[in-house]
Design a protein around this ligand. Structure first.
Ligand code: FAD
Length: 467
């Protein structure tokens, strides 16, 4: 077996890289250790979490908002088993879609654990122990990441769980403690909180979503508190013990010796993910890792061995599916001799809570740290006709523009449909729009997009119309 390119890992980085390689005429193989393709994203990440977020949002709206719209439902009944089964069928449709794309693009799929035997050889070990050797000109490492689970948290996958196990809980927990107020913790907390589970989030930093915009994160925390979610910011978890069906979580106040205990049915660990390079044979071929265990790459995403590339969660940068996909295309095109480009400043980040939160470019705090003088325009959703019509008035848009050139450097949104709204900002920032450009673009009425125009008007001389 000889290929131009062999991709290890079939997540959004790996399968997209394989498709683009094939489109460019390269004979391509992909190796996946699990039976289904699609990686974390399709099997235990983006897709299943969004399926449950959507279902739980319907439930929450039916329970809390339908009445305001004049819709009476009678007593609501939750069928969590069915909700989880629907999620599983969404995953199945998506992973089958990847099987189809592999066939369509004539990509050979090898199931088994891939390890790099030499610069030009990859060994695939099947579940039954059978080994196959693939000869290859180029290798792309796209092995992704796994949840970080420190020993003190006693991760047992039963009561002390990660998002992977949380996605399959089909009996509604009474209470869940979430360690980490980041994207995954807040999304999973939203799912169970909306269905009626009591949620307490423990976060070491002084606020949730510490890498995202402060004003938007504050607004989101306020809305989630209204929903009943409790936050212990500036606290850390020092111990987790499970006994039978109960978990005891010991929490310590930051900068203090004071501790207290929380009891719950489940403790969800969501403090981040680690690059996954186990038994990949990197040391044998001399591939270097950085100080955080990520595969080190240069600007062309080549590792320290130049015919071996790495992409996605296993390298530096945001752990996001669309970042992995863009890197997959980038590497395929680089291998084919093209000159691709990725603007890492313009990779949007989204939190699929309700309201949603999304951001692209720099935050106000980053501007300060980097001594960039900026002007800031904000516009609240509550001043928007569209938001009032749907009763989704929590949220705001914040635009950060360069004080001198007026170029938009960051856009941050918390509010209904922020996940989709952010794309206007990404597209315009790719073309280096100014706040004045956005302010002068005609936005359809009534839409949430008007909040972006109004925030741009606020940034360019405090001239919003509806505030
Ligand atoms: P992965 O998707 O992790 O795929 C790696 C694949 O490689 C896996 O299938 C693995 O089995 C395989 N593999 C590993 N080692 C080997 C080996 N040696 N041999 C063979 N196969 C191997 N991102 C977003 O952009 N939007 C979201 O909404 C979002 N939601 C998320 C929700 C959750 C709950 C989680 C956990 C993550 C979410 N993410 C989201 C993150 C996203 O899933 C990852 O950033 C993305 O999957 C990374 O893609 P990847 O291709 O680098 O790796």
């Amino acid at each position: 077996m000889r290929y131009d390119v062999t991709v290890i890992g079939s997540g959004p980085g790996g399968y997209v890289a394989a498709i683009r390689c094939s489109q460019l005429g390269l004979k391509t193989a992909i190796i996946e250790r699990y039976q289904t393709l699609g990686g974390t994203c399709l099997n235990v990440g983006c897709i299943p979490s969004k399926a449950l977020l959507d279902s739980s949002e319907h439930y929450y709206n039916a329970a809390h908002h339908f009445e305001d719209h004049g819709i009476a439902t009678g007593k609501l009944k939750l069928d969590l088993k069915k909700m989880v089964a629907r999620k599983a069928s969404v995953v199945e449709q998506n992973v089958k879609g990847i099987d189809y794309l592999m066939k369509k693009n004539k990509i050979d799929v090898h199931h088994g654990h891939g390890s790099i035997a030499s610069k030009n050889e990859v060994t695939v070990t099947a579940d039954n122990g059978d080994k196959t050797t693939i000869e290859t000109d180029k290798i792309i490492i796209a092995t992704g990441s796994k949840p970080t689970t420190p020993p003190a948290f006693n991760y047992d996958k039963k009561r002390v769980i990660s998002s992977t196990e949380a996605l399959n809980i089909d009996v509604l927990p009474k209470k869940m403690i979430i360690i980490g107020g980041g994207v995954i913790g807040l999304e999973m907390g939203s799912v169970f909180g909306r269905l009626g589970t009591e949620i307490e989030v423990v976060e070491y930093m002084d606020r949730i979503l510490p890498t995202m915009d402060k004003d938007c994160a504050k607004e989101l925390q306020k809305t989630m508190k209204k929903m009943g979610i409790k936050f212990h910011t500036k606290h850390k978890v020092v111990d987790v013990q499970s006994k039978g069906k109960t978990v005891t979580v010991t929490v310590q106040k930051r900068d203090s010796e004071d501790t207290f205990e929380l009891e719950a049915d489940y403790c969800l660990i969501s403090i981040g993910r680690r690059p996954y390079t186990d038994s990949l044979g990197l040391e044998d071929v001399g591939i270097k890792l950085d100080d955080r265990g990520r595969v080190e790459v240069n600007d062309h995403l080549q590792t320290s061995v130049d015919n071996i590339y790495a992409i996605g969660d296993v390298i530096k940068g945001m752990m996001l599916a669309h970042k992995a996909e863009d890197e997959g295309v980038f590497v395929a095109e680089h291998i084919a001799g093209e000159k691709p480009h990725i603007d890492y400043n313009l990779i949007p980040g989204v939190v699929y809570t309700w309201p949603e939160m999304a951001g692209v470019g720099i935050t106000e705090e980053e501007a300060k740290e980097r001594s960039i003088t900026v002007k800031v325009g904000k516009f609240p959703f509550k001043a928007l006709g569209r938001a009032r019509a749907s009763m989704d008035t929590d949220g705001l848009v914040k635009i950060i523009a360069d004080e001198t050139t007026d170029e938009v450097l960051g856009v941050h949104i918390v509010g209904a449909r922020a996940a989709d709204l952010i794309m206007e900002a990404v597209a315009l920032m790719e073309f280096r729009a100014t706040a004045e450009d956005i302010a002068r673009i005609c936005h359809p009425h009534p839409t949430y997009t008007e909040a972006i125009k109004e925030a741009a008007l606020a940034a360019t001389g405090n001239r919003p119309i509806h505030m």
